[in-house]
Design a protein around this ligand. Structure first.
Ligand code: 7PJ
Length: 283
């Protein structure tokens, strides 16, 4: 029975007694995430943000150059490389595992050369060349479900049975990756909250966390930090969704999620520590 996620320099047990939920901190290197642009300034900002996340107890730093907010236009390859690569090289040996949030095979290849531990693909490695780009590395692969593309995904999300359809999609992608010779221990899955889903779809999927893990036999990453599904339940705008996001992370972990992808690392780490100390629940 597979029970360890093996990715790059790291191994995370995800089933059995030694399991500890892990925190992936979001590091956006989009121009709107710092004041007035400039390559040097953005690198300094990224490094100091990463250093703070390390103090806060982060396990994985997820570096992303392209905004995948609903309606966002795609970012040209050269710009994505210019934003992301200096940050990946700067952070590679800083301590925690390093992940890159990209769906472009060219960025995947460069990131692997830079030594990242995980490729986090919102497109589930569906781009032509994506599987070939990651196959011969040892990095982890996060397979996310998305209906449609970021520009169109929230226009009219539609499913007959969202849990069944997301499960079938993820199963097909796991099969495509393993058929290419990729070790299944490198894989994790993600239902893709907010990516072509209504609030009802998102909560149906969150409630199905344990079922997804059981059916697909792969560890699960949940990313709902500050998303509209949190706003829908709390009635809070994005800048007031921290506590709601921590609540959602705990809901996912309580149902067996291994990794939670968050903006608020310190608060999530504290919540998980107390959660872990106060429960005998086992995966
Ligand atoms: C996710 C992601 C997510 C994974 C983004 C945002 C939008 N990668 N990248 N899962 N979301 N694996 O953070 O609000 O949910 S970008």
């Amino acid at each position: 029975m597979r029970s360890t996620l093996q990715f790059g320099r790291f191994n995370f047990p995800w089933r059995g007694e030694r399991v500890r939920a892990r925190v992936m901190g979001i590091l956006n290197v989009t121009p709107d995430s710092f004041s007035d642009g400039g390559q040097h300034q953005s690198l300094e900002f990224a490094i100091s943000h990463a250093e703070q996340m390390i103090l806060d107890g982060v396990d994985i730093i997820d570096v992303g150059g392209e905004s995948s907010r609903p309606g966002a236009p795609p970012l040209p390859l050269e710009q994505e490389l210019q934003r992301v690569m200096p940050v990946l090289y700067a952070l590679r040996d800083i301590g925690p595992a390093i992940s890159v949030d990209t769906y472009k095979p060219e960025v995947m290849r460069e990131a692997i050369i830079a030594g990242v531990d995980m490729i986090n693909d919102i497109n589930g490695f569906r781009a032509p060349g994506a599987i070939a780009a990651v196959r011969d590395s040892d990095c982890g692969l996060c397979i996310m479900h998305m209906q449609n593309d970021p520009r169109h995904m929230q226009l009219a999300p539609s499913y007959t049975d969202v849990v069944a359809e997301v499960t079938a999609f993820l199963r097909e992608r796991i099969e495509a990756l393993t058929a290419a010779g990729i070790d299944p221990r490198r894989l994790c899955i993600d239902p893709g909250f907010g990516f072509g889903k209504t609030v009802e779809h998102n909560y149906a999927l969150l409630k199905a966390t344990a079922q997804l893990i059981a059916e697909l036999d792969v560890p699960l990453l949940a990313g709902l930090s500050r998303k509209s599904m949190v706003g829908a339940v709390t009635g809070k705008p994005v800048e007031q969704r921290m506590a709601g996001s921590v609540g959602g992370a705990l809901a996912a972990v309580a149902q067996g999620a291994l990794i939670v992808r968050v903006h608020d690392v310190a608060e999530t780490v504290d919540a998980l520590k107390v959660w872990q100390a106060g429960t005998n629940l086992q995966r």
